[in-house]
Design a protein around this ligand. Structure first.
Ligand code: DSN
Length: 414
């Protein structure tokens, strides 16, 4: 890799090699990250980046689309088959633009959207006041209850009171599977449309490991680079009756020329997601998350959302150990273990120094790690967090992390 870049731009080549080495030697636990295959990287770095192709397959505004049309159609067809979708748009540049496109397609400015509160597991684009979307639409937010699970009674009361045009199911920091039928019943009761944002769990749904909202919801948005293990990007799946509105919202409503190199790489990832090996991968992600979760809980971390995980991620309160999420993230960075600090439901601390950490298993499962490695990683995390100021302990942990990652090579042929 980088054979040309090393010649033409050694400064940049050195920086990319630094990042590759970091990825090789770190235990990567940010639950939204993953390692794509070499085949996905090849498609992403392909000549498709040279092409403009505003429009959709068979209906473009520029000539020379005979190959690009087939590439985009292949991605669409694979996504339709995997998720059982009536219509798919693969052009959103990432998750936030995909969500904005859904709102643009289905709603008018000022309309009400009922989504999940950020500190309870939702996402910024589900209506956090700091987003531009929150200036356009009237977001109201449901929360989790005392048991750590989504409080459907409260959600229903909010829906009855506020009569949202759209009810949004989805999260970026919630560790349980969703009962989409329950959302649908409430939405039908108040005449709301249904949207799911499956950005974190698309790969687990693709493999049949988690419930699939696509057959019963109006629209489902996702990113393509998390558990789905594709390139950075977004995708919208919807019922046929919304197809025209969704397509118009993405282009020309919000975007210009699609990134066809990214769409080509998505086609590769979707092809991979159809294989038995990917099903095994998704199953192992969940097994690994359960093992990691149980070991951290046994070590004194307070696990949110009912004390367990159904999916790939874990949200844990680290304050029982006498530290904050920021301290945890910082000291774990020092020992080459990467995760992110995160607020916990109704956190009394702020997002820049919250009470919790969020971690997950997609990336390390891609490396081939299984239950015993998860036990080991949990032990290394706990050892570090129990003595965050002990330099000897941190040196030992860092060495153990490097020994562990060396046993599971990343991109061995580069
Ligand atoms: N940044 C992504 C995550 O980590 O969940 C979501 O946007």
């Amino acid at each position: 890799m980088l054979e040309h870049l090393r010649q033409t731009d050694p400064d940049l080549a050195r920086l990319i090699e630094g990042e590759l080495n970091r990825q090789r030697h770190n235990v990567e636990l940010i639950p939204s990250e993953n390692f794509v295959s070499a085949a996905v990287l090849e498609a992403l770095g392909s000549v498709c980046t040279n092409k403009y192709s505003e429009g959709y397959p068979g209906k473009r505004y520029y000539g020379g689309q005979e190959w690009i049309d087939q590439i985009e159609q292949l991605a669409i067809d694979r996504a339709k088959q995997i998720f059982g979708a009536e219509h798919v748009n693969v052009q959103p540049l990432s998750g936030a633009p995909a969500n904005l496109a859904v709102y643009t397609a289905l709603l008018q400015p000022g309309d009400t959207i009922l989504g999940m509160d950020l500190s309870h597991g939702g996402h910024l684009t589900h209506g956090h006041p700091v987003t531009f979307m929150a200036k356009i639409y009237n977001f109201i937010r449901y929360k989790t209850g005392a048991d750590g699970l989504i409080d459907f009674e409260n959600l229903r009361q909010m829906a009855l009171e506020h009569k949202p045009k759209l009810i949004l199911a989805g999260f970026s920091a919630y560790s349980r599977d969703l009962d989409y039928a329950k959302f649908k019943v409430i939405a039908d009761e108040v005449g709301a449309l249904t949207m799911a944002d499956i950005a974190h769990i698309a790969g687990l749904i693709a493999a049949g490991e988690l419930n699939n909202p696509v057959p019963i919801f109006d629209v489902v948005s996702t990113t393509t680079h998390k558990t789905l293990r594709g390139p950075r990007g977004g995708m919208i799946m919807c019922q046929a009756k919304h197809a025209k509105a969704i397509n118009k919202a993405v282009f020309p409503g919000l975007q210009g020329g699609p990134h066809e190199h990214q769409i080509a790489a998505l086609a590769v990832a979707l092809g991979e997601a159809m294989t038995p090996a990917f099903k095994d991968y998704a199953k192992q992600i969940r097994i690994n998350a359960k093992v990691l979760c149980a070991a951290l809980k046994a070590g004194g971390l307070k696990i949110m959302h009912g004390g367990m995980t159904d999916n790939h991620l874990i949200l844990a309160d680290v304050t029982p150990l006498g530290i904050t999420g920021k301290i945890a993230q910082t000291v774990l960075d020092e020992v080459s273990i990467t995760l992110n600090m995160n607020t916990i439901p109704d956190d009394l601390r702020g997002p820049l120094d919250p009470s919790g950490i969020r971690l997950g298993t997609p990336a390390m499962t891609t490396r081939g790690m299984k239950e015993s490695e998860m036990e080991q990683i949990a032990g290394l995390i706990l050892k570090t967090l129990q003595q965050p100021n002990n330099a000897t302990v941190k040196a030992e942990v860092k060495q153990a992390v490097h020994d562990l990652t060396d046993r599971f090579p990343l991109y061995p042929n580069f």
